[in-house]
Design a protein around this ligand. Structure first.
Ligand SMILES: Nc1ncnc2c1ncn2[C@@H]1O[C@H](COP(=O)(O)OP(=O)(O)OP(=O)(O)O)[C@@H](O)[C@H]1O
Length: 225
């Protein structure tokens, strides 16, 4: 099996307090992993390291075999193309249309207008909101806005998709739909890591669970795949 993500003895301190303490883990290509644990356990810190938004104080991080532990600022865009991310609070630009929001990562990279049109249309179709492409995000429901965020995260064809409490603002029905969407994206080959406190998400995903408690990894629970 090929390791997609490797953390080797990773620690991160804020004001001398460990947010992550000596975490060693490996996630294989194509896995769907849940990152669980109470508030403050270090889940977001771990995910932020995987997109180069934070750097560990100790240890090493590899994504698809490449050492990303201390990336230069100029190398961060490379990592962001490989690792898409979705957050609880959407982070959509209110003055841009749905289409423009999803197009942004491609435009930043200098993609051609034709490529932008094709890839954005494909991503919006994959998440089922292409019929809302000309509307502002505020006119969409919370579940639809999260779909737009997922489209933005997959528009570059990432090898890994990270989601930090992606269903925190959604009701149980919408939560189930978003989890189904992650499963579909995973079935197409993308490695998916979802941080959540929600036991309903755990029941629905029924895959490998990595639990953090106060920055320390608990012994792993493997559920039926
Ligand atoms: N930028 C920061 N500055 C100082 N302390 C921080 C910072 N980011 C995180 N922490 C601390 O690190 C610890 C882990 O936080 P983190 O956000 O990773 O936890 P979490 O498991 O994602 O929690 P939640 O589920 O509430 O989002 C917490 O004690 C938090 O207060």
């Amino acid at each position: 099996m090929e390791a997609m993500i490797q953390l080797i003895h990773v620690s991160k301190f804020y004001h001398r307090r460990a947010a992550l303490s000596d975490v060693t883990l490996e996630i294989e290509k194509g896995e769907f992993v849940l990152l669980m644990g109470p508030s403050g356990a270090g889940k977001s810190t771990l995910l932020r390291m995987l997109i180069g938004a934070e750097q560990p104080d100790e240890g090493q991080i590899f994504v698809q075999g490449r050492n990303v532990t201390r990336l230069k600022e100029t190398d961060v865009p490379y990592l962001r193309r490989k690792v898409g991310s979705v957050f609880q609070d959407f982070r959509l630009l209110p003055k841009k249309s749905v289409f423009e929001n999803v197009a942004l990562p491609l435009i930043v990279q200098g993609a051609s207008a034709q490529d932008v049109r094709r890839k954005v249309t494909e991503a919006l179709r994959a998440v089922g909101v292409d019929h809302k492409k000309d509307q502002p995000p505020s006119s969409l429901s919370a579940g639809e806005q999260q779909r737009v965020c997922i489209a933005r995260a997959i528009v570059n064809g990432p090898i890994v998709l990270l989601a930090d409490e992606p269903t925190g603002n959604l009701d149980p029905e919408r939560t189930a739909e978003i989890i189904e969407l992650f499963k579909l994206i995973n079935a197409r080959g993308t490695t998916v890591i979802v941080a959540t406190h929600d036991p309903d998400v755990m029941a629905q995903v029924n895959r490998r669970v990595i639990t953090l408690v106060q920055g320390v990894m608990a012994p792993e629970l493997r559920m039926g795949v």
